[in-house]
Ligand binder design. Structure first.
Ligand SMILES: NC(=O)C1=CN([C@@H]2O[C@H](COP(=O)(O)OP(=O)(O)OC[C@H]3O[C@@H](n4cnc5c(N)ncnc54)[C@H](O)[C@@H]3O)[C@@H](O)[C@H]2O)C=CC1
Ligand SMILES: N[C@@H](CC=O)C(=O)O
Ligand code: NA
Length: 432
């Protein structure tokens, strides 16, 4: 990489939505401080957008809809991608890298599916790829895994990594707001993805889990490797059931090394006991625990979504990449030397809450208990109450830890028999 002499570091920004507009604001408002921190001015030379409209405080001459030409400009040193989605974001990032530009992105969907292609291209071109904003918004989590803990041996990463779903679940628990109203609020507040299906079906959290697992275990985990359940089926009844067990429902991402050395990565709605630190993570906040052999247990917490917090993480990367540029070096590349393989999701062990509406007749409970016992699923607690319509009983069973596949097999068996009337719910339960 060439040094820049005394020249400014020239920055192209792609996308000027929730996050991009805040990045532009900070680049312009904090220009003096940023110059002092980089040692050269950070000059915003263009903003690529789909449609040009006036944005208060930003010179209209900066905007262009010809994004490929902006990326190809000879005088651009650094490209910030805040468009989202796969293409054209992928093509634009690859073009930037192949043109010798360093890149900063918040695009977890892209990195979880095409990360290897992008990291390899950056290594070949000797330029930087930074992506702190891609996981858990403002919270520094990529850099701690990529740099601070790289001399340790991480064994598990787990937590809340999607602000939208945490906001929705928190509203459902705390204010008894409906799922759809809470989602509409999350969209209005700028937390949700352009298509919020990615949030509520767990795909966004799964993409982040893939990125975290890749960094934590020095391997390449992609979106397809992640067992993923979202929160779209979580109902007010589930919320009440969780509360009656002194729990709240959270969408948890879990990445760990299994006993056979493979890597287990999953995203699931989970009942979390009120006394657990993750239970108190409110609104669009995120929290991530890292467990490692030498450091022990670390917790990172903060705003996981929203324009200004996410822009903070983007600017951290921009300053780092610009400093590298000034010194004529590229930062740390990807460490993906390990190939442990992915754990079969059915062998992942957890405690469960299994609820179902059953016939209110003698013998039903013992048959359900027998089906569980035959699959090695041990019951921790049982609650039973009349359904409001009186057509059956609502059975809520909490299990001890058991393999996911065994619990699913019990549920399939019960659904095939005559005792279960319907409305079966299976939720993981986190240890206190
Ligand atoms: N909103 C948030 O809280 C967070 C968002 N992110 C990520 O940041 C990225 C941007 O997210 P938001 O700002 O929320 O999205 P947004 O939808 O508000 O903004 C996207 C911007 O890209 C532009 N754009 C879309 N298609 C384009 C195209 N083909 N060519 C040029 N410009 C195009 C849009 O006009 C808009 O200016 C995404 O990758 C998202 O996953 C990451 C962390 C938090
Ligand atoms: N839609 C995402 C935005 C941040 O990554 C979320 O809600 O967490
Ligand atoms: Na982050």
């Amino acid at each position: 990489m060439m040094t820049l002499g005394d020249a400014p570091v020239r920055v192209a920004l792609l996308g000027c939505g929730v996050v991009g507009s805040q990045v532009a604001r900070i680049l312009l408002e904090q220009a003096d401080d940023l110059r002092a921190r980089v040692g050269r001015p950070l000059e915003l030379v263009g903003i690529g957008v789909r449609r040009t409209t006036d944005r208060p405080g930003i010179d209209p001459a900066l905007f262009t809809t010809d994004v490929p030409s902006l990326v190809a400009r000879e005088d651009v040193d650094l490209v910030i991608e805040l468009i989202g989605g796969i293409n054209p974001a992928r093509e634009l990032l690859l073009a930037a890298i192949q043109g010798g530009k360093s890149v900063v992105t918040a695009n977890k969907a892209l990195l979880a599916q095409h990360g290897a292609e992008i990291y390899d291209a950056a290594a070949a071109a000797d330029v930087d790829v930074y992506y702190e904003a891609a996981v858990a918004g403002a919270i520094p989590i990529i850099r701690p895994l990529r740099e601070s803990l790289v001399g340790d041996a991480v064994t598990a990463v787990k937590g809340i990594v999607n602000g939208t779903t945490n906001y929705i679940l928190d509203q459902m628990h705390t204010h008894k707001v409906s799922f759809s109203d809470a989602l509409a609020d999350a969209q209005r507040l700028g937390y949700a993805e352009a298509d919020p299906t990615a949030d509520i079906e767990g795909h966004d959290a799964a993409a982040k889990a893939a990125i975290l697992a890749s960094l934590a275990f020095h391997t390449r985990v992609t979106l397809d490797d992640v067992a993923c359940e979202g929160i779209s089926s979580v109902t007010a009844d589930d919320v009440r059931a969780a509360e009656s067990l002194r729990c709240v429902i959270k969408l948890l991402a879990q990445c760990s090394v299994s006993p056979d050395g493979t890597v287990a990565v999953g995203v699931h709605p989970t009942m979390v006991p009120l006394e657990h630190p993750l239970a108190g993570i409110r609104g669009a906040y995120n929290a991530v625990f890292i467990e490692s052999v030498n450091a022990g247990r670390l917790m990172f917490m903060g705003p996981g979504a929203g324009g200004s917090p996410t822009a903070s993480a983007v600017l951290g990367d921009v300053v780092t990449a610009a400093r590298n540029r000034v010194r004529g070096v590229a930062g740390h590349g990807e460490s993906a030397y390990s190939t442990p393989g992915i754990t079969d999701p059915s062998s992942v062990v957890s405690a469960y809450y299994v609820a179902m509406t059953v016939r209110d007749e003698p013998g039903v409970l013992s048959r359900v208990a027998d089906a569980m016992a035959r699959r090695g699923v041990s019951i921790a607690a049982v609650r039973q109450e009349q359904t409001s319509g009186g057509s059956g009983a609502r059975l809520g069973i909490t299990t001890h830890r058991a393999p996911d596949g065994n619990v699913r097999a019990v549920v399939d068996e019960l659904l095939g028999g005559g005792d279960v009337l319907g409305d079966v719910r299976v939720l993981r339960v986190e240890g206190a």
